[in-house]
Design a protein around this ligand. Structure first.
Ligand SMILES: Nc1ncnc2c1ncn2[C@@H]1O[C@H](COP(=O)(O)OP(=O)(O)OP(=O)(O)O)[C@@H](O)[C@H]1O
Length: 751
């Protein structure tokens, strides 16, 4: 059945109610007549940290006088200079003005970063930032979906690429390495290997076109493609920015159901559950129990998870699922989606990162008849690639014609590359290539439409390809890892339905925001957190049974971040490394927790030579020794993760521990992941007690909740415990008899 006819089947949210009794429909009718204003919910203290600062007076913008004052005066004139308030309704125009300002400041910060990068001329300095790779050869090229060019770049003579932050999906600029004035062409990383990186571009890097673009004579310098050495720079994500701006402009003027959802999310209207405004009557537990009884669950869920599913399905506007680490938030969301599909709804399922989208997709594959993953296949887990749009288009019988056209296109490009006539003749070949590309595009478009129309669920990151989805609307939008997205990043998705389910954990990593000015006026605070503070308990359900950590690993996080509400499931409550097959019993494997305190050992932090990042070679030695001991006890390298807050320490440890399967990464690389044993190197050790961004407790919460059976921290208590949070960690570890000074550890090693 096509999407269009399915929409007819499901209609609006009425279809969702079709399974319910008349009694419920009656309730819906009676409450809709109520026109009461929203009840100001108390900020929910139980939801956690840092209630957003509030300021009652509306500020008007003033013009900056000095250039140096630009950012400061712009943040000072923000409609909400202390971030979005949660104690009163937001004004629609002020709200979107604030979001625009965030985006502007962020774009400014990104441009400044790129400019600094492009000014660095020392190859080592540039590459150490992790944001650029220089001295690259174009070694091959192909064409991909939508006639994009896929360019393979590698270092000459096959050297390994430096450690870099150019991930699959990152926007980049490809430019001539020898020409600092070259503006380059935009692309997206589509594949990344140790020795080679591939980017997808809309434009072929034709050297004639580059010289012509700069107004120089084509005769000035004849270069063949192979003679140019390129550099790749991580670039500001202009496409995402433009899409977000367009979505925000549309949301500002939205009317009808879309306008209502916007007003609910801005706290102007009261959210409704089961047809009733929560300002009149919060959803009673009996209604949830009732709904739960009606559901034929497709997954084995625990009671809080089942409640969350029922609660979400009863939401008329939005509902929130708060999922602390390992509590099955994604599992629960997948069940919500499966139930919605069962009721005849079409769902758009999103998350902030590709990994999070794939985690959801992995579960949906088993639960939903027809799910499509939108996004570049290279960014999708390999075992899920058949579910991508590209994968499904490939299976379509008309794809054979496209393959022939692509072959023809590649042939023409190769002729063009070899063509020594230059100028017009070469230009004609590129023009012919352009015509074939548009033919390919129009054929693909019709196949793509067919695939999307058949889908019950479409999965994508929050950067939605509006061109691809057109103005298609869904019955329900589901957003996982919602706290990792800025508010501005949510509107593209929100606009596509009248109902929204968001899941996440505000006590884990916030979205990456480069601009400190934007962060100071609230850009790092999530929509989810704001809604909980605004409306309180009636709009969210928290999952409380976790399936990852030994109880002792979980307890600190539970007490500190989740009011002690977490419970370790019996299957994990007391599991230890020594319970794994082939693992010997030893002091390291028989206990779940250990802090090796380096205080007094003189393991001071160091600035990486020529770099900005910090490392701690003394701590690295301890980590290397611990890995050696774990391996000797029978733990496999792929069961071990090392987490360091600083890239320089990651680099140092990677160079010291070249083991297949062992992962060494920053905290950001580990959100949403787990390992049997996690070693945390804290790095900071200085006489002034400066701990830098370790002060963000959310970062530590993520790092400390990745381990299933053993968490080992290596750090200097004298430096760290100047901060109350780490003093609490130390006390917890001491009470759990899991403290060891590095001097004791070394004695044990030498014995
Ligand atoms: N009711 C359940 N019974 C048994 N296992 C479960 C249940 N719910 C979730 N799990 C398991 O717990 C683990 C974590 O689940 P899931 O990935 O859904 O959690 P999450 O909250 O999204 O995780 P994260 O904290 O990494 O974001 C998975 O291995 C999952 O199979």
């Amino acid at each position: 059945m096509s999407a269009r006819s399915r929409k007819g089947r499901s209609g609006s949210s009425d279809a969702r109610k079709s399974k319910k009794s008349n009694k419920k429909q009656g309730k819906l009718h009676s409450s809709q007549s109520s026109g009461q204003e929203v009840r100001l919910a108390k900020s929910s203290d139980s939801f956690g940290d840092g209630i957003i600062g509030q300021k009652s007076k509306k500020q008007r913008r003033t013009k900056p006088t000095k250039l140096s004052d630009v950012s400061e005066s712009r943040t000072g004139s923000a409609p909400y200079p202390n971030g979005l308030p949660t104690d009163r309704p937001l004004d629609v125009n002020d709200y979107f003005d604030q979001l625009y300002l965030w985006l502007d400041l962020e774009a400014e910060a990104e441009r400044a970063r790129l400019a600094r990068l492009r000014q660095m001329r020392s190859q080592q300095d540039v590459e150490r930032t992790g944001q650029a790779i220089v001295g690259l050869d174009l070694v091959d090229y192909h064409t991909g979906l939508a006639g994009r060019y896929l360019l393979d770049l590698a270092k000459p003579s096959g050297q390994e690429l430096p450690m870099n932050r150019l991930k699959v999906g990152s926007p980049v600029v490809l430019s001539n390495d020898a020409d600092p004035s070259d503006e380059g062409i935009a692309g997206v990383v589509s594949q990344r290997k140790n020795y080679q990186i591939q980017i997808a571009t809309e434009v072929f890097p034709d050297p004639d076109a580059q010289t012509a673009k700069k107004g120089k004579s084509a005769r000035l310098k004849r270069t063949s493609i192979g003679e140019i050495r390129y550099r790749l720079d991580l670039s500001p994500d202009e496409t995402t920015r433009k899409r977000q701006l367009a979505a925000m402009a549309k949301a500002r003027g939205e009317r009808g159901r879309g306008g209502r959802l916007r007003d609910v999310l801005l706290g102007i209207e009261s959210p409704r559950f089961d047809g009733k405004k929560i300002s009149v009557s919060p959803l009673p537990e009996e209604a949830i129990a009732d709904e739960r009884g009606d559901i034929d669950f497709r997954t084995e869920l625990n009671p809080p998870q089942k409640d969350a599913v029922a609660f979400a399905l009863l939401a008329d506007d939005f509902a929130i699922i708060h999922g602390p680490p390992g509590t099955g938030k994604t599992t629960t969301l997948a069940e919500v989606i499966a139930q919605a599909v069962e009721r005849g709804e079409r769902v758009l399922a999103c998350a902030a990162s590709n990994t999070a989208v794939d985690n959801l997709l992995e579960r949906l594959e088993r639960l939903v008849p027809y799910v499509v993953r939108v996004g570049h296949p290279a960014r999708v887990f390999e075992h899920l690639r058949d579910l991508t749009l590209d994968g499904q288009v490939e299976k379509d019988p008309s794809s054979a014609v496209i393959k022939d056209l692509r072959r023809e296109l590649e042939q023409i490009l190769r002729y063009a590359q070899k063509d020594t006539r230059g100028g017009r003749a070469r230009g004609e070949l590129f023009a012919e290539a352009g015509r074939i590309r548009s033919q390919i595009r129009s054929l693909e478009r019709s196949i793509v439409r067919g695939v999307l129309d058949r889908a019950d669920v479409i999965c994508t990151t929050m950067t939605i390809d509006d061109e691809l989805l057109g103005d298609e609307r869904f019955d329900l939008i589901v957003i996982d890892e919602a706290c990792q997205s800025t508010e501005g990043g949510m509107w593209q998705a929100i606009l596509r339905a009248d109902r929204l389910i968001i899941a996440g954990d505000h006590c884990q990593l916030p979205p990456t925001v480069l601009s400190d000015e934007a962060a100071a006026i609230g850009m790092r605070d999530s929509l989810m957190q704001r809604l909980v503070h605004r409306f309180g308990e009636p709009v969210y359900r928290r999952l409380t049974v976790q399936y990852r950590m030994h109880e002792a690993i979980m307890r600190f996080s539970s007490d500190h971040f989740y009011e002690g509400s977490l419970v370790a499931d019996a299957s994990v409550r007391s599991h230890l490394l020594c319970d794994l097959p082939g693992v010997e019993k030893s002091p390291l494997t028989e206990t779940p927790l250990l802090w090796i305190d380096t205080a007094g050992a003189g393991y001071e932090e160091q600035l990486e030579p020529d770099g900005q990042s910090k490392m701690n070679p003394g701590e690295a030695n301890v980590i290397v020794e611990l890995v050696r001991q774990l391996e000797a006890s029978g733990i496999e390298p792929h069961e071990i993760a090392i987490i360091a807050p600083y890239a320089a320490q990651v680099r140092l440890l990677r160079s010291r521990l070249d083991m297949d399967g062992l992962e060494v990464d920053t905290v950001d690389g580990f959100q949403g992941r787990e390992k049997e044993v996690v070693l945390l190197t804290m790095v900071r050790s200085n006489p002034d007690g400066i701990i830098g961004f370790l002060a963000d407790r959310r970062r530590s919460n993520v790092a400390m909740t990745r381990a299933k059976r053993k968490l080992i921290m290596v750090g200097d208590s004298a430096t760290l415990c100047t901060h109350e949070f780490y003093a609490d960690v130390l006390k917890y570890v001491e009470d759990a008899n899991a403290y060891q000074s590095v001097f004791e550890f070394q004695t044990l090693v030498t014995e």
